[in-house]
Design a protein around this ligand. Structure first.
Ligand code: GLY
Ligand code: MN
Ligand code: MN
Length: 365
């Protein structure tokens, strides 16, 4: 049993949980090393307190599961099998009585939960999610090296995107050029749909790129991330195309000041709320508080959004090994949007910034 599985088993002992059934690809990957996208099919890892765990996957994925390094039992099922019944039988074959089981309630849909409830009518189901979030929140060196590579590629992608800015190019043309350059470098997956937004479009924090053309006097906002060996990066940079107005400049400088202050405040022992409020106060005092409608940042790793959540009310103490984004923004509807986003890891006495593309206002000629 690896160290991560041992930690889960210890939690199960403390909480008298007989079996944990992990079913999200992210948590199965974290615990088993097998990174699988099963689509609508069942993927599950059954973890016990003292028995060896077993993996359940579509039969066609068995060879990939073995190649991933998983050396435990694998139960493969075909498209005409009933995987949950097979899980019940495999637990029964171990002679284990189950009174309490932990499942991923947020990931599990109602249909699956009904099947499980019928198969295990006497069982009390509790949530495994919170424990898994806490386990995943502190990254080890192997995870950090993957995230570092993902951040280096994210920096390269921003550099490529900025070089692609030309009068009349559409947002989607720039997206295509960025992703083409990454594919040539061997990148297979983005953390989320690459975002390039220009002008007033950038005032939508999660806007979708389209056929809008970049024009002089506008900001161009890039938000993108790269997946390396299952780990994500997530960077945002905003640059000016040609000369911009004093108002645009003031918005940019306010976001930058807020971002730099929050980065500087990130260290072990600070709370998530303090970091958020460091940036939020600067933006509010500049008169833009109402135009910063989201939390300061989020953890990232296997998922692009995971723990910790940097909100203005989260009392969580930052600890060495936590990886998260700091991404304040100001979005003035119909006018402009600016966001600056870095990825950081908390170190023994501060924070290391993993994304390094320059943040001073860049004016693309
Ligand atoms: N790209 C989504 C985010 O920055 O959270
Ligand atoms: Mn982002
Ligand atoms: Mn983000």
């Amino acid at each position: 049993m690896n160290r991560r599985l041992q930690k889960l088993s210890e939690w199960m002992k403390e909480n008298e949980v007989h079996v944990s059934l992990l079913s999200s690809p992210e948590n199965v990957f974290y615990l088993s090393g097998f990174n699988c996208e099963p689509h609508e099919r069942v993927l599950a890892l059954a973890v016990f307190r003292d028995e060896e765990p077993f993996l359940v996957c579509p039969a066609m994925e068995i060879e990939d599961a073995k190649r991933s390094g998983w050396s435990g039992e694998i139960i493969g099922y075909s498209d005409i099998d009933r995987p949950w019944e097979m899980i019940k039988n495999a637990i029964g074959a171990r002679g284990l009585a189950v009174g309490k089981a932990a499942v991923e309630k947020e990931h599990m849909n109602v249909e699956r939960f009904e099947i499980l409830s019928q198969l295990f009518p006497e069982v009390n189901f509790i949530s495994a999610e919170e424990k898994m979030r806490v386990l995943r929140m502190i990254k080890d060196e192997k995870e950090l090296s993957k995230i570092r590579k993902a951040c280096e590629l994210a920096d390269f992608a921003i550099e490529t995107g900025v070089q692609e800015i030309k009068e009349g190019k559409t947002e989607l043309e720039i997206v295509a050029a960025v992703e083409y350059a990454l594919k040539i470098k061997g990148v297979t997956e983005m953390s989320f749909a690459t975002t390039v937004l220009t002008g007033a479009n950038a005032a939508s924090p999660h806007g979708t790129p389209g056929m809008a053309k970049v024009q002089k006097g506008d900001f161009v906002l890039f938000d993108l991330g790269v997946v390396v060996d299952g780990y994500c990066s997530d960077i945002t940079r905003t640059v000016a195309f040609g000369e911009i107005s004093e108002k645009q400049r003031e918005i940019y400088e306010t976001v930058l000041r807020a971002q730099l202050a929050a980065v500087a405040a990130s260290k072990p022992g600070a709370t998530a709320a303090e970091i958020d409020l460091t940036a939020r106060t600067i933006i509010a005092e500049a008169g833009y508080g109402q135009f910063f409608p989201h939390r300061l940042g989020h953890g990232l790793g296997i998922s692009v959004h995971e723990y910790p959540s940097l909100t203005e009310t989260n009392p969580l103490l930052l600890e060495q090994g936590m990886v998260f984004t700091i991404e304040p923004g100001i979005y003035v509807p119909g006018v402009a949007g600016v966001r600056i986003e870095d990825n950081l890891v908390i170190t023994a006495d501060g924070a290391e910034i993993l994304t390094t593309f320059p943040k001073e206002l860049q004016i693309v000629k």
